[in-house]
Design a protein around this ligand. Structure first.
Ligand SMILES: C[S@@+](CC[C@H](N)C(=O)[O-])C[C@H]1O[C@@H](n2cnc3c(N)ncnc32)[C@H](O)[C@@H]1O
Length: 269
């Protein structure tokens, strides 16, 4: 059942007012913002530490973006992408089907390669990584995180890697919705699977174009608690706050980034 709680805060927009192009323009059209640099570097560190390639990855709540998939593509044999808005997925599909000279994500691809130790990656390396991403990304799915099984029963405990950036905390200003959506999305992760999440720290509303969209006002403690509630192994949970005071103009001045492994099921004796 879809969660009955809606955004009652009249100051934040509903996702029916979302414009994929506004979002790209606000956050991704000019530079790799310092908070993005930090979370991409974090994502790559976690993926590299796994040492073996993941079998089935999911990027949940991708919006119109490709940079997280570009960063993950070297570390997974297959990546699916999901988002609530078909328009966002259409933007992603346009890039996935484009020629290798599509310019939108090149500076992010260069940054990802730099994080992996290629200090000045040449054009060929950039094209190779983007080609790999186009090969590895398979399904693009419309999905609602408020559903108990956001991609249906067949995807319960299906993925061994889930990455989600600034989505689950952006669905509603009500922190209860964040908790339920986190439960729903992480139910798609296999025992032993790796979860990486980025969220806005203590943000009630974030900017996209000339509109404000909801934030769940998360703290580091809430994030850790929610991970424990959802069966992540305590010793594997890492939650960090990355300050980004220059982003106050967008409605937040810190980022939460976290990762954990789902506990494996133990057989009762
Ligand atoms: C701030 S954007 C994040 C996009 C991208 N992951 C990034 O890091 O830039 C929030 C995303 O959450 C998606 N979203 C909003 N409500 C959702 C829901 N109920 N289920 C799944 N995704 C949702 C929006 O469509 C939007 O793409």
């Amino acid at each position: 059942m879809v969660d009955g709680i809606t955004n009652r805060n009249p100051l934040v927009a509903d996702y029916s007012e979302w414009r994929a192009r506004d979002y790209f323009q606000t956050y991704y059209s000019e530079v790799v913002l310092p908070d993005e640099q930090a979370v991409l570097a974090y994502q790559i560190d976690v993926l590299r530490a796994a040492r073996a390639r993941f079998g089935r990855g999911l990027e949940y709540g991708c919006g119109p973006t490709l940079h997280r998939a570009i960063a993950a593509s070297r570390y997974a044999f297959r990546i699916d992408m999901a988002d609530w808005l078909a328009d966002n997925l259409a933007e992603a599909r346009t890039w996935l089907c484009a020629d290798d000279d599509a310019p939108e994500w090149k500076r992010f691809t260069r940054y990802v390669l730099a994080c992996e130790g290629h200090t000045r990656p040449n054009h060929r390396k950039v094209l190779q990584r983007e080609a790999l991403t186009r090969k590895v990304v398979r399904g693009l799915y419309v999905s609602d995180a408020r559903l108990r099984q956001p991609l249906g029963p067949s995807r319960e405990e299906f993925y061994d890697l889930i990455i989600t950036g600034f989505c689950i905390d952006a669905i509603s200003a009500d922190p209860r919705v964040f908790r339920r959506c986190l439960r729903n999305v992480t139910s798609m992760l296999q025992p032993g699977g790796t979860f990486i999440i980025h969220a806005l720290h203590q943000c009630k509303a974030y900017k996209c174009g000339d509109r404000m969209f909801p934030g769940s006002n998360l703290t580091i403690d809430t994030m850790r608690e929610c991970m424990l509630e959802n069966g992540f192994a305590n010793s594997s949970i890492d939650v960090q706050v990355i300050p980004c005071p220059d982003n106050r103009q967008y409605g937040y001045s810190g980022i939460l980034t976290a990762s954990a492994r789902k506990a494996t099921k133990t057989r009762r004796g």
